[in-house]
Design a protein around this ligand. Sequence first.
Ligand code: CYC
Length: 184
Amino acid sequence: MLDSFSRAVVTADAKTAPIGGTDLNALKGFIAEGNKRLDAVNAIASNASCAVSDAVAGMICENQGLIQAGGNCYPNRRMAACLRDAEIILRYVTYALLAGDASVLDDRCLNGMKETYAALGVPTTSTIRAVQIMKSAALAHINDTNTEANGGKRFVQMGASKGDCSALTSEAASYFDRVISALS
Ligand SMILES: CCC1=C(C)/C(=C/C2=NC(=C\c3[nH]c(/C=C4\NC(=O)[C@H](C)[C@H]4CC)c(C)c3CCC(=O)O)/C(CCC(=O)O)=C2C)NC1=O
């Protein structure tokens, strides 16, 4: 498992080179933008249970066969496993965002997941749909652009000071996309 710092070391070592200017500048940026990163992680983690239940409910709403006999969210044991898996995925995305590196997500969550799902008959297209919904929720919470119309009674805004979160938003998006491509 690597983070932005250990990644820079491993990359430099592979080239038998000292850690040079560009790498150091990237790490300086990582530190300078550190509070934004922590706010972004907090925005996802604080809204995790809402995002997970909303994503799984939305996925089922669009494909109600999932909760009928023969569907992979039926009976309750499978529904619980599905909710748990969505929560696992979101949790590993927050770890990757905190570390600034995808390796924790790759090694501890995505490695072998597609094969496990194939063996258990868990539909990956539905899982991908749930991940897409969690992605939209997470990006909205990072940027505080979620709306009461979509959030309903559970609507909450983080209220962090506004700044340029575009780099963090696309980084967070890339971790969700990584989950989607690992299952595709
Ligand atoms: C830390 C990394 C990690 C991951 C990723 C993980 C996934 C994982 N999901 C599983 C099951 C499962 N996963 C689902 C998930 C779903 N079914 C659906 O229809 C939806 C599309 C989807 C939810 C979005 C279900 C229903 C099962 C149970 C399948 C069964 O037992 O028949 C199992 C089999 C063992 C078990 O039931 O606990 C594993 C290992 N476990 C881990 O430790």
